[in-house]
Design a protein around this ligand. Structure first.
Ligand code: HEM
Length: 430
């Protein structure tokens, strides 16, 4: 490895510092700098043993190649970067596994394709079409509630937060009365790096304390979904919870830990992500009143806005892969066992693929972004995410004549799933 492939400490720190992800332009500047100088660069911890060094991959083409080669680049055993060594040790002691939750994102072949197949059809557009009326009702009620708050609202609090959460809970058959608990648990799983989101001071805790809280959240999830699965075995419905509860793999039901992991990944992967891209779309529209007026008049522009918002926000900021064999990427010699960060924020702002990448361009074509990943693990919920965003924005365009920013928006401090945590807006009802 050439010496310059190791990122200088101050830059490397920004790649893993959750606070750096709250400063979007600064973060994009950092990735531009790294991509231009060392597109595949080594990130090493300040103190030895804190976490395993990893390769940061920032170019679109390299992220695409790694994502699609699921035999050479494995998800197991460490699919996300906050797998600090202490946290992994603690998790092993608690569960016997590196991860507190074993789910689709942790498995590789041959288990992964078998598990994925169980719900793949359910998440295809043909089946999701059944949900459209329900989503329309939910979207209309959400927008009505927002308008009841008056002319100044926090869009994240009133709309982009609650709506995707309710959608996911609805497909899992979780009643509204349990939603708040689910949201708290998700934020403990994903938002622990942001003091406003975890609400528990997790940002000030040691990795071991954080893992303890997360382990508690996982246990609560597991117990909750075990009861739900039991109910769906006795009374199956058309929801995805019933599909998982009654699924057979090689003739046998899913083991309890894997079944809980399946529910947890669907419950958690679908809302903060969609919430972030929904808030991003609204922010872009609020900053550009002419664009808002155009799409109100011509709804055929909406899918372009939704797709561009998903690229522009890239809510899932990275995943990790482990090399199964020696190879070369971006001129660097990667060894079997090396850990790699495929950074979707950096890849989706690669000027070689997306001209003027920081510009929100609803007419961008092609827009083959990597915000949903690619390859065997590509987002299972991508059609649902697009559908629910489209339906929500139809309801907004119907009921809101104009929208403009009403203060500073704020981003979450999080290295993994990130996005706006508040978006103050002034809205004019139609
Ligand atoms: C805009 C919203 C969303 C974004 C940006 C997003 C992004 C992603 C990304 C980047 C991955 C990993 C892909 C890879 O490794 O190649 C993923 C996986 C996944 N997503 Fe999404 N997601 C979104 C919404 C949803 C929704 C609505 C659901 C379901 C309700 C969902 C469920 C899943 C699941 C189950 C996986 C794991 C798939 C696997 O490992 O096979 N996601 N998502």
């Amino acid at each position: 490895m050439s010496a310059e492939a190791i990122l200088p400490g101050d830059i490397a720190r920004r790649v893993i510092d959750p606070h750096a992800y709250a400063e979007w332009d600064g973060l994009l500047d950092t990735f531009d700098l790294i991509r231009a100088s060392t597109p595949v660069a080594k990130v090493q911890p300040d103190s030895p043993g804190l976490f395993e060094p990893f390769w940061l991959v920032t170019r679109y083409d390299d992220v695409m190649r790694i994502s699609k080669d699921n035999a050479a680049f494995l998800n197991n055993p460490r699919p996300v970067v906050f797998s600090f060594n202490q946290a992994i040790e603690f998790s092993r002691a608690a569960t016997g596994s590196n991860m507190l939750v074993d789910s689709l994102v942790v498995f590789d072949a041959p288990i992964h394709p078998k598990y994925r197949k169980l719900t793949q059809e359910w998440f295809m557009p043909r089946n999701l079409a059944r949900l459209e009326d329900e989503l329309r009702t939910l979207a209309a009620a959400t927008v009505d509630r927002m308008l009841e708050q008056g002319s100044e609202v926090d869009f994240v609090k009133e709309v982009s937060g609650p709506y995707p959460l309710r959608v996911v809970m609805q497909i899992l058959g979780v009643p509204p009365s349990d939603e708040f608990r689910m949201q708290m648990l998700t934020q403990q799983l994903f938002g622990g790096q942001d003091k406003d989101l975890s609400g528990s001071g997790m940002d000030l805790m040691t990795p071991e304390q954080v893992v303890q809280i997360v382990a508690g959240a996982v246990k609560t999830f597991e117990d909750y979904f075990a009861a739900l699965a039991e109910d769906r075995r006795r009374n199956p419905t058309q929801d995805v919870a019933s599909v998982i509860a009654n699924a057979l793999v090689d003739g046998a039901p899913l083991p309890p830990r894997d079944m809980a992991g399946y529910y947890i990944i669907v419950a958690t992967a679908g809302h903060d992500t969609t919430s972030a891209s929904t808030a991003g779309a609204m922010q872009a529209l609020a900053r550009d009143p002419e664009q808002y007026a155009r799409v109100r008049a011509d709804r055929s522009l909406l899918p372009g806005i939704v797709e561009e918002a998903i690229r522009w926000t890239s809510p899932v900021q990275h995943f990790m892969r482990t090399a199964a064999e020696d190879c070369e990427i971006g001129g660097q010699a990667i060894k079997a066992g090396d850990w790699l960060m495929i950074n979707y924020v950096a890849a989706n702002h690669d000027p070689a693929q997306f001209p003027d990448p920081r510009r929100f361009d609803a007419a961008r074509s092609p827009n083959r972004h990597l915000a949903f990943g690619a390859g065997a693990h590509q987002c299972l919920g991508l059609h649902l995410a697009r559908l629910e965003m489209k339906i929500l924005f139809e309801a907004i365009l119907d009921r809101v004549a104009a929208v403009e920013p009403a203060g500073e928006a704020a981003r979450a401090t999080s290295t993994f799933v990130g996005g706006l945590k508040s978006l103050p807006l002034r809205v004019t009802p139609a």
